[in-house]
Ligand binder design. Structure first.
Ligand code: DGL
Length: 259
């Protein structure tokens, strides 16, 4: 049986954790939300390296067998240096650009992410590698991270923000929209309201957990109770904080039904 650490700057990574719990029900999970430092997407690379290091050290002290960085931004900045330092499997996330091009590459693809991910070298390398026909456009949607952290999911708030940010784009030219930040999974209902029907929503959650399963190998054949504990910036979530997490997980479950 394995003990798997999953972390994000905040609540976005719960969408990745949910996928993992569905597919690996007999494993233990520790979820860490680094909420004192959210939003990662608007910090400097140096700050992020420091924050991520602290979270990874915390998880390693909890004896995890593997770590999932349920955050595209943290992966973009820190995954290479973490893999140099540690021997345990570290599974990162990157916006599912390749998946979108493979599935819907007959038309343009709109990739959404945080400002750091959009500007990062890792994104440039990814696009250079997979976007042979120059079909990819990038857009940062930092406002969605703020809405998600405030549990503000109502369409009255979210839809105008999306409309304004995307107003200069001809959305009928796109085949799909990539949710390149784990927080964006909470807003599939609002995206669906403003996107033309032909635009598919694509995320990288399933691919990330498939990679985790490959890395853990035979370790997951033995199963246990399947317990999950949650930490908010180093403090165990209990009582009201735990109830709040359950509300987020409930929303993750509902948003998963929307494609
Ligand atoms: N959830 C994170 C991601 O996937 C970043 C959100 C933030 O800006 O903190 O990129």
């Amino acid at each position: 049986m394995s003990r798997i650490g999953v972390f994000d700057s905040g609540f976005g990574g719960l969408s990745v954790l949910y996928e993992a719990m569905q597919r690996l029900p007999g494993q233990d999970f520790i979820y860490y939300a680094d909420r004192v430092h959210v939003p990662y997407g608007e910090k400097s690379q140096e700050q992020l390296l420091e924050y991520v290091q602290q979270v990874v050290d915390f998880l390693i002290n909890q004896n995890v067998d593997a770590i999932v960085i349920a955050c595209n931004t943290a992966t973009s900045v820190a995954v290479a240096s973490l893999r140099e330092q540690y021997t345990l499997p570290i599974i990162g996330m990157e916006p599912a650009v390749k998946k979108a091009l493979d599935l819907y590459g007959d038309k343009k693809v709109l990739v959404t992410a945080t400002p750091i991910t959009v500007r990062g070298d890792k994104m440039k390398l990814l696009v250079d590698r997979v976007d042979k026909h120059h079909l990819v456009d990038l857009v940062a949607l930092p406002g969605l991270v703020h809405f998600a952290e405030r549990e503000q999911f109502d369409k009255e708030t979210v839809v105008p923000y999306l409309q304004e940010t995307l107003q200069d784009r001809d959305l009928t030219a796109y085949s799909s929209l990539v949710l390149g930040c784990t927080h964006f999974n909470y807003f599939k209902d609002s995206f669906r309201d403003i996107l033309p029907e032909q635009m598919a929503l694509v995320d990288g959650n399933a691919g990330t957990i498939s990679q985790l399963i490959r890395k853990l190998g035979t370790q997951i054949e033995s199963t246990g109770e399947g317990r999950t504990v949650y930490y908010d910036s180093g403090k165990l979530c209990e009582g009201e904080k735990r109830e709040k997490i359950d509300r987020y997980l409930e929303r993750v479950k509902r948003m998963r039904e929307i494609s």
